[in-house]
Design a protein around this ligand. Sequence first.
Ligand code: BGC
Length: 758
Amino acid sequence: MNIPEIVSQLTLEEKAGLCSGGDFWHTKAVERLGIPAMMVCDGPHGLRKQEQTGDHMGINDSIKAVCFPAGCATASSFDRDLVRRMGEALGRECQAEHVAVLLGPAVNIKRSPLCGRNFEYYSEDPYVASETAKAFIQGVQSQNVGTSIKHFYANNQEHRRMSSNSQLDARTAREIYLAAFEGAIREAKPWTVMCSYNRINGTYAANSKDALTGILRDEWGFDGFVVSDWAAVSDRTTALEAGLDLEMPTSFGFRDQQIVQAVKEGRLSEDVLDLAVTRVLTILDRHLSGRDEAAVFDRDADHELAREIASQCMVLLKNDAHILPLSKDKKAAFIGAFAESPRFQGGGSSHINAHKTESALDMARSKGYDVTYAKGYDPETDTIDEKLLEEAVLAAKNADTAVVFAGLPDSFESEGFDRTHMQLPESQNVLIQAVALANPNTVVVLHNGSPVEMPWISQVKGILEAYLGGQAVGGATVDILYGDVNPSGHLAETFPIRLEDNPSYLSYFGEGDCTRYSEGVFVGYRCYASRKMNVLFPFGHGLSYTTFEITDLRTDRSAYGEKDTVKISVNVTNTGDRSGKEVVQLYVLPRHGGDAVLRPVLELKGYEKVTLEPGETKTVTFTLDRRAFAYFDEQKQDWTVLSGDYVLAAGNSSESLTAERTIHIDGWVPKPERITPDTIFGDIMHLDGVMEILKPYIRAFGQENESSDENAMGSSTADMLEAMLRYMPLRNIVPFGGGMYSCKDCDELVARLNAHLA
Ligand code: BGC
């Protein structure tokens, strides 16, 4: 496609038309110039191709497709290859169905357990979110199908989803909310980015030139087109100027007219329009030249892949007395409606018309296992049904093990609204407690997209977090429960004990449209760990049927310059008696002294999933660059590495770090921009050569204090003097210097210091 040539032939009206949808899912065609329409579809964990009436709420039908595990699950795999394979399968499906762009991945940070859309999102941690997204994008795009990483950005709630105003400072944005996108966009180069509905510090994401042009394109090198979330545009020309190329869905021509008018009246440069059209056509061209007419959508093969993926994502949270795996020749009672009809996906725009579903009950029985069933609760009503409860208790009593399938029904968790609490339905909590009382060997399987409170945690022996595991979740659950697959998922989010413990608790629902991200960078484990809080299950936690040891962390050196990369290796050994996979996690713990920057006590900066036979040891290596140690400095508007010590710690959860080493990095040393008489001693004493200059004055303070009443000073030690001095302005050499220094002396001292530090 000769794009400049085409652009030169398009009329103003045609150009404006190419910048918005022709219908719900297609761009417009310009037949006279041979430009076809291009189809985009939801995802992200399946293909939601609507051939008839389109909608973004999961109401109207889409073609039969394969529902893979949702984002909450895939992130827990901590397995880039696995997610890439899922992306490849989705890419093939899109090729077979002539879909140009799959609308995902969705990487928004799980700021609060309450967000109704958490099930689609990956993590509370930007590194996990970005790495998972990268693998997904690479997989889909390897098939010459585009992705649309979404929703850009600071879109972390469903409450007032189309008008809320996320108020956050630049450091929080950079380190947490933008970081979830950054690595994926820089490295995996998605064809498109979807901007979010919300406002960011007062400006709609769709209108934010800072975000859509400054950060995305100028800084990160994004070269595709930006598409609006469906109906996220409030002012078409402002958005176009900000860098929003394609408005979706169709505006029925009304907004196209606004663009035409603005150009005609000189309010909008035609160059801006040409650029947006060029971007849209570039992706169309990429799609057309990558078309694979021979691609087939093999639903049954992809179903098997979905089952494999689901089994690699589940997180074994608790396994006392090796209650799992279940013995294949003993009797189990499967209790709870989700055993017969699992909740395997969430509601809304990601809703897939699954071509088949498997329940754990059917799959266990098809394998010949001795399994009885009791419904236990009605997921539709959440009323306690005494009869169902009695049947469940009886089934539990008559079995060796009781497995309760619990979780959140659609009415509790969906796109479009937030949860108001973190509890399971009361009918399920009551059921679990009654079953656990009837049979001490009780295991709970959970289907939910985000943490739940577990008031019964001490009464059950096992807990398996199956998340929303896709249409093959039933088979995958049975694979794990009976030990054909060794669990290897780890939590990509913290399970707090109570909702009130969550760092966003006080500000989450905001005031009207205003949501202040007042916890700053202390999101998820960054807060829980820094505050040393007890949690139900920490970030990174996940058990296996075997055991592992992570030991012997080494680095290539012990001291580094700011621009050096740090090479780390660490050993992981399977110390148990069966083959398994461990997720080796690498955290950075800044230990630099001083109070220049508040930082979380630890942050995840690397992970690898490793397969190990019993007794086997492997060495895992990581390379960290300066960004892994940096924070975003608001004043410099740049990433900055502070000089000092950093602990590198590896383990298999954020609370189980078993190998560590301290390194030193020669980085930036904070110093006041200009020294004035009001500068305090403590802010400059550590700077090169400054102590030499200050010494005589400090001595004068000492004499002053020695001559004063000893009792008033208490035990006047040198340490104490130094501590008090730290917060003393330089000008106080006059009143506290025993009469030795005048105001002029102070000015001279200040001038000398400024000259020294210049
Ligand atoms: C959702 C997007 C989705 C779009 C199209 C919106 O409401 O926020 O994630 O891709 O609809 O269905």
